[in-house]
Design a protein around this ligand. Structure first.
Ligand code: NAD
Ligand code: MG
Length: 385
């Protein structure tokens, strides 16, 4: 039996993970589940899965969680230190599915603890990729990519040696505004931006897909996970999201991983790895799909692509600054405080005004993250007065 913990259990990836775990009660045993502030959702999940421990990130919700779990036998805990303890509670397999840099500290703790970490939380890798990869090497932890593209690349890399890779082709749906001009992007509402054509996901990543910052973050993520050199990682727009990414080898053989756009497929791969499990997902019906389309990405209309590639090339704290500014801007957009096109503008402005030295600890990363958030707040104030 594999013991599993799920960080961000109440989110889109977390729910999909629980769905798979519950289908195989003899194969998986739940250790810890965590959530930000959805006490009722977390308590219900913990009872349904027979988890040992439930952790709510907000300290002040401890009492509410304890009450909700009364008599269930599930232990309650709250706050950031409790998240770290949960990450070190000895699960064989940990799903890192908290959204944003908020996931960094618990994900690092899980990597240091050694087991297998299934990584959905791309922002942590974007902000602290070098430190995370080093922590995994040091502890012997196995880092399995859950992001569908990176999971696809991981699977395609089973077909050869990374030393023989000539190109990684990261596919992108292009999001809901793929064919819109800049002028047509003015006035896009949060409701329009979160309505992704292919995937059902949390609000933040849905907005990132609409600005294509998601693909920018994924470029940085791929650069850490698969060290073939940034200039060998290309982005290709593929609106149907059937090919989840490709790896080209030096003999010109290209391997691709395909599947329905359902996150349970890459999650199941990471959950069962190196084995495979049955999933309830839709089998790919290419005759019905009929055709697959491709186009080059357009960094003029989607400046986030340019900003992220430049941040990846610069390295150091720059990707953490890019990520933090983007998190602030996306939250402000979702709250109706800024416009859609302001998001990348704010990120660019923060990158122009603030830089930090190369981080050598997670504390350095978090300091750069905090500072970038202050800068982003200033930029927004200028915008909204
Ligand atoms: P979501 O918003 O649906 O869920 C986020 C989870 O994180 C929730 O359980 C929430 O309670 C928790 N959380 C939020 N803020 C927190 C905080 N400050 N402290 C502790 N916990 C907090 O997000 P999601 O769509 O499930 O995405 C999760 C991660 O997976 C993101 O990094 C995203 O980029 C990545 N990802 C998601 C998908 C997808 O299909 N949803 C695909 C690929 C990658
Ligand atoms: Mg992805």
């Amino acid at each position: 039996m594999k013991s599993v913990s799920i960080f961000g259990a109440t989110g889109s990836v977390g729910l999909s993970t629980i769905d798979l775990v519950q289908r195989e009660p003899d194969a998986y045993r739940v250790v810890a589940l965590t959530a930000h502030r959805d006490v009722d959702g977390l308590a219900a999940q913990a009872k349904a899965t027979g988890a040992k421990l439930a952790v709510i990130a907000q300290d002040d919700l401890y009492g509410a969680l304890k009450d909700a779990l009364a008599g269930s036998g599930v232990e309650a805990a709250a706050g950031e230190a409790a998240l770290v303890d949960a990450a070190q509670a000895g699960a064989d397999w940990t799903m890192a599915a908290i959204v944003g840099c908020a996931g960094l500290t618990p994900t690092m703790a899980a990597l240091k603890a050694g087991g297998t970490v299934a990584l959905a939380n791309k922002e942590s890798l974007v902000s602290a990729g070098g430190l995370m990869m080093a922590a995994a090497r040091e502890s012997g932890a196995t880092l399995l990519p859950v992001d569908s593209e990176h999971n696809a690349i991981f699977q395609c890399l089973a077909g050869g040696s990374i030393d023989d890779v000539s190109r990684i082709i990261l596919t992108a749906s292009g999001g809901p505004f793929r064919s819109r001009s800049r002028a047509e992007m003015v006035g896009i509402t949060p409701a329009q931006a979160v309505a992704h054509p292919n995937w059902s996901m949390g609000a933040k990543i849905s907005v990132d897909s609409a600005t294509m910052m998601n693909k920018g973050l994924e470029l940085i993520e791929a650069d850490h996970l698969f060290p073939v050199g940034l200039d060998r990682i290309e982005i290709l727009v593929h609106p149907q999201s059937v090919i989840h990414s490709m790896v080209e080898y030096r003999d010109c053989s290209t391997l691709a991983q395909l599947g329905s756009p359902d996150m349970r497929i890459p999650i199941a791969h990471a959950l069962a790895w190196p084995d495979r499990i049955v999933t309830p997902c839709q089998k790919l019906d290419l005759a019905t799909i009929g055709r697959l389309d491709f186009e080059a990405p357009d960094a003029e209309r989607f400046p986030a692509l340019r900003l992220a590639r430049a941040a990846a090339a610069e390295g150091g704290a720059t990707p953490a600054i890019l990520n933090a500014a983007n998190e602030v801007a996306v939250a402000a957009f979702l709250a109706g405080r800024i416009g859609f096109l302001d998001i990348a503008m704010i990120v660019e402005d923060v990158l122009d005004r603030y830089s930090a030295g190369r981080p050598s600890t997670i504390g350095d990363v978090l300091a750069a993250d905090a500072q970038a958030r202050l800068f982003a707040g200033q930029t927004m104030e200028r915008l909204t007065v």
